[in-house]
Design a protein around this ligand. Structure first.
Ligand code: HEC
Ligand code: HEC
Ligand code: HEC
Length: 429
């Protein structure tokens, strides 16, 4: 069984995306006014650093429910074990964490335990946050303290037995959780170590990009070889594959450090643009980091040795022939018959981690629903790109046609990623 984390509510978005412009402006004003009462103009150096680090950790995306104030929690996450709501981390003394000391906060970030000893669920990525240094946790704490109190209690979690038993997480932690901070590797450059610290710690990329075992813990032998994430597409809850980020052929083999840096900093590179759950990661988190930090992340990612899960057998020759015709009719105009793409029309599909992932979920999603581009532009470069927007094919192609077409692009141009079945396509509709 694969553990799937699913996140309900606002599409791929925090509050700002879903709301009409008018509300968005009111909301920004509200945000501005609450942070100004907390002295946004005069954040100390430590608080400012904490704000930057909170961006790197994307705390706001998970702790904001579209209809509510930032950081007040209440966003719904569905896991195979039940529904969990994020908590209020504003400084309200009763419903938030206003009474928490730095020690309490550090303990929660590193060990996943609230001050009263309650075990927290690892939907809160403390398994990654444990790696953050004490100094950085203190800065995040200082920043979180400046967030104006909001009185709000999220709904109760709805978990079945035995998962409702929070104490059982103590056992889980004992089996799966390493609570020691990141240790720089002396043989590696300062840039590599900075990147490893950000990717493995605050960035919690493995939360989506590493497969999970039956207990919902990251499978460390397959770190960063691709995982599954549940969220809404066009109102319907469905699975997304977060592809392989190692140097495997089905991963980042064909991406340069600059490609990875541009993608995370700008939302677009020569190789790909954001179109799914990465919208939120880039818009709310990585695009706000310094180019040096993002580049360090890219340097670290590009150093990950090739590793991957096995892919399925290829489709039959008949299916591939049918798929090749569909490709030329529907996709070749932008991605070119050679799959090499062009700066004007669309990115290359040769060597695309989304095309080649062992799990074709995101590949099927973009084909059925088109590219779900972010509602807030991550950068001027993203806004200025000349690629033609990719439209949905859900009403144009049936399951069998999509399956043969995708099986074709997974086995041509030197690819070896295995067949996509009509059943897999049907499951994503
Ligand atoms: C992937 C989503 C996600 C991200 C990212 C995230 N959190 Fe959370 N967090 C949660 C959820 C869900 C819970 C509730 C867990 C539970 O109830 O067991 C939680 C709980 C917490 C708690 C415990 C609060 C309490 O009242 O018990 C703290 C503190 C916290 N988060 C701080 C942060 C900070 C600081 C960041 C950014 C550095 C952050 N979180 C990023 C999802 C997230
Ligand atoms: C009108 C031009 C156009 C057509 C036609 C088109 N695409 Fe795309 N495609 C794009 C653009 C542009 C993107 C980049 C998404 C973005 O940033 O908006 C993209 C992205 C993709 C990606 C993601 C690659 C990655 O690594 O992120 C895949 C996979 C893909 N297209 C497959 C297809 C398939 C399959 C078809 C035919 C059914 C198709 N495309 C037809 C323009 C097109
Ligand atoms: C919430 C789940 C989630 C998190 C967290 C996440 N990713 Fe992703 N990632 C995805 C999914 C799903 C895709 C498929 C494409 C998309 O969403 O645009 C993806 C795609 C990618 C791609 C390939 C892009 C392509 O289109 O070919 C890269 C590179 C990437 N992610 C890097 C990262 C890095 C680095 C981090 C940590 C800072 C990260 N991701 C965190 C879910 C996630």
């Amino acid at each position: 069984m694969t553990f799937q984390l699913r996140r309900n509510g606002p599409g791929q978005s925090t509050c700002a995306y879903r709301l009409p412009m008018f509300f968005y402006m009111v909301l920004s004003a509200a945000v501005l006014s609450c942070s100004s009462t907390a002295g946004a103009a005069s954040l100390s150096e430590q608080e400012q650093r904490g704000e930057y680090l909170a961006r790197a950790g994307n705390c706001k995306s998970c702790h904001t429910n579209g209809d509510n104030s930032p950081f007040a929690g209440g966003l719904e996450f569905e896991t195979p074990f039940g529904t969990i709501y994020s908590t209020n981390i504003t400084s309200d003394p009763e419903t938030g964490i206003g009474q928490w000391s730095l020690e309490d906060f550090t303990h929660a970030m590193r060990h996943g335990e609230a001050p009263d000893g309650t075990n927290l669920y690892p939907v809160f990525p403390y398994t990654a946050f444990a790696k953050i240094s004490d100094e950085d946790i203190a800065a995040i704490y200082a920043y979180v303290k400046t967030i104006a109190p909001v009185r709000y209690s999220p709904p109760e979690n709805e978990l079945g037995f035995p998962y409702s038993q929070r104490w059982a997480m103590g056992l889980w932690n004992w089996m799966y959780h390493t609570d020691s901070a990141f240790e720089p590797q002396p043989g590696q450059s300062a840039e590599w170590n900075r990147g490893a610290y950000l990717v493995e710690g605050l960035g919690h990329c493995s939360m989506c990009h590493t497969p999970r075992n039956f207990m919902g813990a990251n499978d460390s032998d397959l770190a960063m070889t691709g995982g599954t994430y549940m969220t809404r597409v066009e109102g319907k809850l469905s699975a997304w594959s977060a592809p392989n980020l190692t140097s495997a052929d089905s991963g980042l083999a064909m991406w340069t450090v600059d490609d990875v840096t541009d993608y995370l900093k700008l939302g677009v590179s020569h190789r790909a643009g954001v179109f799914g759950p990465m919208n939120e990661v880039v818009v709310n988190s990585t695009s706000h980091l310094s180019r040096e930090d993002v580049r360090a992340m890219a340097v670290y990612l590009k150093s990950l040795p090739a590793n991957s899960t096995d892919s399925e057998a290829p489709a039959t020759d008949d299916v591939l022939r049918a798929g090749s015709i569909q490709y030329d009719i529907h996709c070749g105009s932008c991605h070119l018959p050679t799959g090499e793409g062009s700066p004007e029309q669309g990115p290359p599909l040769i060597g695309s981690p989304v095309v080649l992932d062992a799990d074709p979920a995101s590949l099927i999603n973009i084909t059925l629903y088109g590219a779900q581009t972010p509602h807030t532009s991550p950068s001027d470069e993203w806004a200025a790109r000349t690629w033609i927007r990719m439209d949905p094919y859900d009403t144009i192609l049936d399951d069998e046609q999509v399956a043969s077409l995708l099986s074709f692009i997974r086995s041509t141009w030197g690819h070896d990623a295995g067949a996509v079945t009509p059943e897999q396509v049907a499951a994503q509709r």
